[in-house]
Ligand binder design. Structure first.
Ligand code: SF4
Length: 337
């Protein structure tokens, strides 16, 4: 029997541990480098990041390993997912970071890593195992990359496969799943194929259009669903993950966690993964109520407006992450008491 629902995701057995923690918003997203030796036509990595050796901890640029630790503390992360590009291009950095995470947060801090398999050798796998990697997810693009997976299942971490569900490729998916089961792969994740700014043209050229104006491609869910229905009784964990889930639910639950553990006293959570603050101009010292963001301009909690007798203020709604992207702002007039 399948569990879950089509809007979020469907699965037959237990969810992979990395996915379970992601659902709780507990995974730090480690983008270790944008460099990759492959060039998939459906690659979802943005133009700003792809091919560039830049790193990010969640949305924040990360210059060194401490930046990842800082961001993990800010959200009280339960684990991290290391992605790119192909992280194994920077194997030394990956290994140092895994060790640092485990030293700082303990062995139970769950770390999973994505790779195409192109740079996987026994030495690389040994280094990852010694560092304490918990889960490796392959995105095998060519037949020769399958050999990397055969090597990986001999190591002491969970091995999974994660691929986009490309409309019409039910037979290829079925073959991949049955082969994975036979060699001892623990799970196969099928992601809804997603349109992004960068892959829009190549996907459209292949006839893939968005479903209902959302990022998910028409027919991708149907391909994953048909595969799940056919194979759900096989003894291998299968999981379909929708693009809505990845873009909205995962990010929102992660933002809720950041708000819970590290929002400023004057930021009020909306319950939707955003915060509200009131921006007030005042020559008085309001440091007991908030923070001076520029000379004579203060951020204070919207619920203190009445108490302070402020006549007008700007109500700002924004995301809680490093970028502080504004969703909206409006001028509000309030009656002083
Ligand atoms: S392997 Fe991954 S990062 Fe590299 S091009 Fe393909 S989808 Fe993009």
């Amino acid at each position: 029997m399948l569990k879950g629902n089509p809007e979020i995701g469907l699965y037959n057995l237990d969810l992979p541990k990395g996915c379970e923690l992601c659902r709780m918003g507990g995974k730090l997203v480690v983008f270790i480098t944008g460099e990759c030796g492959d060039n998939c036509y459906y690659c979802p990595v943005s133009e700003q990041r792809f091919g560039k050796d830049k790193a990010f901890a969640n949305e924040a640029p990360a210059e060194n390993l401490v930046d990842f630790i800082y961001e993990a503390y800010r959200m009280r992360a339960l684990g991290a997912g290391i992605t790119g590009g192909d992280p194994l291009i920077r194997i030394d950095k990956v290994v140092s970071l895994i060790k640092k995470f485990k030293d700082e947060f303990g062995q139970e801090f769950h770390i999973h890593l994505y790779t195409s398999g192109r740079y996987v050798t026994k030495d690389v796998l040994s280094e990852l195992e010694r560092a304490g990697l918990d889960e490796i997810r392959f995105h095998p693009l060519k037949r020769e990359y399958l050999r990397a997976i055969e090597k990986a299942v001999q190591f002491n971490f969970d091995v999974g496969i994660e691929v986009p569900a490309i409309p019409g490729q039910e037979q290829e998916l079925e073959k991949l799943i049955l082969w994975s089961k036979a060699i001892g792969v623990k799970f196969v994740n099928m992601n809804e194929l997603e349109l992004t700014e960068r892959n829009y043209a190549p996907l459209n050229a292949r006839g893939f259009k968005s479903a209902h104006g959302l990022a998910g491609v028409n027919g991708s869910f149907e391909t994953a669903y048909a595969t799940l229905r056919k194979l759900h009784e096989e003894k291998i964990a299968l999981h379909y993950c929708s693009s809505v889930y990845k873009d909205l639910v995962e990010t929102r639950t992660r933002f809720l966690r950041i708000i819970k553990y590290s929002s400023k006293a004057y930021e009020e959570g909306t319950g939707e993964g955003t915060v509200l603050r009131a921006v007030v101009k005042s020559s008085q010292d309001l440091s007991d109520y908030g923070e001076e963001i520029e000379k004579g301009v203060w951020s204070i909690s919207p619920s203190l407006i009445t108490h302070l007798g402020v006549n007008e203020y700007v109500l700002v709604e924004e995301y809680p992450d490093w970028r502080k992207l504004k969703i909206g702002e409006k001028l509000v007039y309030s009656k002083p008491q």
